[in-house]
Design a protein around this ligand. Structure first.
Ligand SMILES: [Zn+2]
Length: 250
């Protein structure tokens, strides 16, 4: 991948017809990271994806699955960690949906962050309702994380920037006042793209990687630059997060 836009957080396995989404990505000339919510989902995804296609599988353990998967899930995750080029999604969720499982989530998150493989590849992280503690853990672990769909406090975003973290932005963020406020503060070299499809919607349809070229146009307006400059910047950021993390392992 050199100058191809990358959707760094897409739930390919949650669409009714993943092959249609892959075909759309190919037509649009974009690539995607197919995040997963558990190590068994990752194994299925890694087996199904064609090697030369536009998608690569990411190894995940979603915080809202931490309780159900338990330490067995962490063990299965660790067995796959060496062969996954991307990690995600992992993280913490202390919103009402995850409030009751906080202790297990933290134990799981800490166990995953301690894996040596997480030091040398990009990690897509969910932080809903737990932004401050998640950023602190990532900074302490020295993980080069990409905060996915960040909706937390702006001062915690400052901490994340100070820790060298990146942010992946999606069409819902570009369309919301809160997302635009965050974007106004992010240095251009810390921004990556995601859709979080199919969990975000655009014009009444679930977002998909083929929407990335439209995101370039929207971001160009927001940044007050032209589309080519946005494309060049985002591709440079992608290369850096992949290159940096790979170089660190050598
Ligand atoms: Zn997600």
């Amino acid at each position: 991948m050199t100058d191809v836009l990358l959707d760094t957080h897409c739930h390919l396995d949650a669409y009714p017809d993943p092959s249609y989404i892959l075909a759309g990505a190919t037509t649009a000339g974009v690539e995607l990271v197919a995040v997963t919510n558990g190590p068994d989902d990752y194994r299925r995804m890694a087996t199904l994806l064609p090697r030369s296609g536009p998608a690569r599988a990411a190894l995940g353990l979603h915080p809202l699955n931490a309780e159900r998967l338990g330490m067995g899930g962490v063990l299965r995750f660790s067995r796959h960690a060496a062969d996954a080029a991307w990690i995600g999604e992992i993280g913490l969720d202390f919103s009402p949906a995850g409030r009751d499982t906080r202790t297990t989530q933290l134990r799981t998150f800490d166990a995953l962050l301690a894996l040596p493989q997480l030091q040398d590849r990009p990690v897509s992280v969910h932080t809903r309702g737990a932004d401050r503690i998640a950023v602190q853990r990532l900074a302490d672990a020295g993980i080069r994380a990409v905060l996915h769909w960040y909706t937390g406090p702006l001062d915690v975003a400052d901490d994340a920037l100070a820790a060298g973290l990146h942010f992946s932005i999606n069409p819902a963020m570009l369309a919301s006042a809160k997302g635009r406020t965050l974007l106004a503060k992010l240095p251009h070299d810390r921004v990556l793209f995601e859709t979080d499809g199919p969990h975000t919607r655009r014009a009444g349809q679930p977002c998909q990687p083929a929407n990335l070229p439209d995101m370039v146009e929207n971001l160009a307006q927001l940044w007050g630059v032209n589309a080519t400059q946005v494309h060049t910047q985002i591709c440079a950021n992608q290369r850096r997060i992949i290159g940096e993390t790979t170089a660190a392992s050598k």
